[in-house]
Design a protein around this ligand. Structure first.
Ligand code: PSV
Ligand code: MN
Ligand code: MN
Length: 427
């Protein structure tokens, strides 16, 4: 299924007048504050958020899964779904695959399908956290860290194979998340587990093309509940430093202990030029994988404030980082959820763009604490939704993606085409 620009424009029509009024009011305010709406729009349009192939079906917990029907049954249909999102918001122009959940057997065909929808292939993800049916050795006690060199070999070879799939698709990035760790004290030597992981990663790194990045993702717990080998940003940073300049840290917002100051981690990683990318989601307790911005939108803004500062001070463009959503849950239409997530990311980014950085630097220098807070919250509390809508509209997207998605009855059509019982492959 595809959405034509005529369909989208027809849905925009009745919303246009109100949008134009709201955008005119906001533009006036922004210009008075010293910002050019056109320049902001150009930056917003540059930010493309990759959609993970595993987020397109209804997620779930081990207690239950409640599929809503019409889910993509194969990689082609997953690409089709990301194409629907991108047609609506013009900001989801990339897809990220998990191998072997989504093996692109005919890479040329998959590539042309994606290109026809304006999509690129973002990071390819390896998977050594599950045993596959035809797999000779088990990852029950780890993969790249395993005590048995044969298991490590198998996991290394898998990663090298994933790089090959990525090359065929035109990706430039390998993303590695390991479930490796231990469930009970004394089960593993921390040092040996780290050293095995490092030497395995070194072998994978050696197979990485020169124009690729290796993203090393950390997570403090789950599925191992005593220790995780790459438990935090410090460990991921250490590994990336030891590996080389093509290795970078991936920050998944859900992979921190409660109340961790993620924005400070981001600032430090950017300062050292070791931030590689993001997995966006939101959470109240842990790795809850909820809709981005649904629980802690101020934290998201503070993170983007550091990102914008880091990118501007290094003169780097927004596409120098890998931006991806990593969420999957139980109770919403996944496509609606992804539209909401992308919009939350765009809003936080735009809010960060309108922080008065010069005034902030001065207030910081004067230790004017109250004014610093005022400047930050002033940007955060500005309603920039008309600016994001205008960025979408100018790019050929929907003024209100969710409204248009519902009006065009996308889910109902997907159910009619794929069936009520269709369940996404993967997770
Ligand atoms: C693990 O919790 C994680 O965040 C990693 O990025 C995985 O690749 C992803 O979730 C999908 O399970
Ligand atoms: Mn993740
Ligand atoms: Mn996670």
């Amino acid at each position: 299924m595809r959405l034509s620009s005529d369909q989208i424009q027809a849905c925009n029509e009745p919303l246009l007048r109100r949008h134009q009024q709201a955008f005119a009011r906001l533009s006036e305010y922004l210009e008075a504050e010293g910002f050019q709406p056109d320049a902001l729009i150009a930056q917003i349009q540059q930010l493309q958020i990759a959609i993970p192939s595993w987020a397109l079906g209804t997620g779930g917990t081990r207690f239950g899964r409640f599929p809503i029907g019409g889910e993509p049954r194969n990689l082609e249909e997953k690409i089709e779904d990301v194409g629907l999102l991108h047609a609506l918001n013009r900001a989801s122009g990339a897809i990220s695959l998990h191998i072997p959940w989504d093996i692109p057997r005919d890479a040329a065909h998959i590539r042309s399908l994606a290109a026809a929808l304006g999509l690129k292939f973002d990071a390819v993800n390896s998977n050594t956290f599950q045993d596959q049916p035809d797999q000779p050795l088990s990852y029950k006690f780890g993969s790249l860290c395993h005590t048995d060199p044969a298991v490590r070999r198998q996991a290394i070879d898998h990663n090298i194979e994933v790089i090959q799939y990525g090359k065929d698709l035109g990706s430039h990035c390998l993303s590695i998340w390991l479930a490796d760790g231990s469930n009970f004290p004394g089960q593993r030597s921390f040092v040996q587990a780290f050293q095995h992981t490092l030497s395995s990663l070194q072998e994978i790194y050696a197979a990485l093309p020169d124009d690729w990045i290796m993203l090393v993702e950390y997570k403090p717990y789950e599925p191992n509940f005593y220790a995780t080998v790459i438990q935090d940003w410090g460990t991921a940073f250490l590994l990336s430093q030891k590996l080389g300049t093509k290795a970078r840290v991936l920050v998944d917002l859900g992979h921190h202990l409660p109340n961790t100051n993620i924005e400070q981690i981001v600032a430090t990683l950017m300062m050292e030029d070791r931030l590689g990318g993001f997995h966006f989601n939101d959470s109240k307790y842990g790795d809850d994988d909820l809709t981005v911005g649904s629980i802690k939108p101020y934290q998201l803004f503070l993170i983007f404030h550091e990102l914008v500062q880091g990118l501007q001070s290094r003169n780097r463009s927004v596409d120098s980082l890998a931006w991806m959503i990593d969420a999957s849950h139980n109770t919403k239409d996944p496509l609606e959820d992804l539209l909401q997530s992308v919009e939350a990311i765009q809003l936080a980014f735009a809010q960060a763009l309108i922080v008065n950085r010069k005034a902030l630097a001065e207030a910081q220098q004067q230790n004017d604490v109250a004014w610093c807070q005022e400047l930050m919250q002033g940007a955060f509390r500005t309603d920039l939704r008309p600016l994001i809508a205008e960025a979408r509209l100018q790019a050929g997207g929907a003024i209100s993606p969710l409204h248009t998605y519902r009006q065009l009855q996308v889910r109902q059509q997907l159910i009619a085409q794929r069936g009520k019982k269709a369940v996404a492959t993967g997770l």
